[in-house]
Ligand binder design. Structure first.
Ligand SMILES: Nc1ncnc2c1ncn2[C@@H]1O[C@H](COP(=O)(O)OP(=O)(O)OP(=O)(O)O)[C@@H](O)[C@H]1O
Ligand SMILES: [Mg+2]
Length: 260
């Protein structure tokens, strides 16, 4: 059974997309079957895999609104065992249109039901908000990964995010849990990065992934080439860090290639 793992933080620009893209690529390159669902109307995740957002047929919007079935919105990426459900700006309408729909927070659950058994993992790249689209991701989730940028206000908003997660867990989806927190854009030359790391470590304890993702220009370049870092520059510090994060994720998510 596929584990559904949204990458969530209502703060913008903290590394959600970069983490969803590169973690899924690392795991797929190791042989896991991975589906990535882009639920951010910005479509950065789609572009990062080289999908042309402007010429899409059916995509994540149609899936959430029940206008298309999962197989109709799946696209192949450059990596064999990595598929994507892309999106574009039209998804912004879903946030509004879903409000009046029955079972509005369960649309993704419904869309995935019985359709993702062939995958080991389904990552969901969430938009920077805790609106209905993110709520759909949390409702479908087994575990959540939260990226935190190494900056002064990184923990601001985290309590609201954790409250939302608890609400979803107590009322809608008892199985969802915080799988781990990952520090992004870590700069070893900057004392602040270490301060934030120790503050986050105190707050989250073992939930913090040991691997911080360094600030690395190759990571910010790779989306413009439509490639994950593992294919763009696998020797870069960013690529090495996401490989180490993938090792940790395999342990935490109890993934095994043998059990397939
Ligand atoms: N470790 C890193 N080193 C350098 N640049 C990074 C790193 N991680 C992310 N970036 C860059 O920072 C910007 C924000 O990252 P990203 O898009 O992953 O964040 P996000 O949380 O998905 O943003 P949004 O909330 O807008 O969806 C992007 O331009 C990305 O390329
Ligand atoms: Mg993003």
């Amino acid at each position: 059974m596929a584990k559904v793992i949204p990458v969530v933080n209502q703060k913008g620009g903290v590394g959600k997309t970069t983490t969803a893209v590169n973690l899924s690529a690392c795991l797929a390159l190791r042989g896991y079957k991975v589906l990535v669902i882009d639920l951010d109307p910005q479509g950065n995740c789609s572009s990062s895999f080289g999908v042309d957002k402007d010429t899409l047929g059916a995509h994540a919007y149609h899936l959430l609104l029940g206008q298309a079935k999962l197989p109709d919105v799946i696209y192949q990426t450059e990596i064999d065992s990595l598929h994507i459900v892309p999106t574009n700006m039209n998804l912004a309408g879903a946030e509004v249109e879903l409000v009046t729909e029955m079972g509005r927070e369960g649309r993704l659950v419904e869309a995935l039901h019985g359709q993702v058994d062939d995958y080991d993992l389904v990552f969901v790249d969430c938009p920077p908000s805790l609106g209905l689209v993110t709520l759909n991701a949390l409702t479908a989730a087994d575990g959540v990964i939260v990226p935190l940028q190494c900056e002064y206000f990184s923990l601001e908003g985290v309590s609201q995010l954790l409250r939302t997660l608890e609400l979803v867990q107590s009322r809608i989806n008892p199985k969802v849990k915080l799988e781990g927190v990952v520090l992004t854009m870590f700069d070893r030359r900057n004392k602040l990065s270490f301060q934030v790391q120790s503050e986050v470590q105190n707050y989250f304890g073992e939930l913090l992934f040991e691997t911080p993702i360094p600030r690395n220009v190759r990571l910010s370049e790779s989306p413009s080439h439509g490639k994950p870092i593992a294919l763009y520059d696998r020797r870069s510090t960013g690529a090495v860090a996401y490989e180490a994060l993938a090792d940790e994720a395999i342990t935490r998510l109890e993934l095994s290639l043998e059990s397939r």
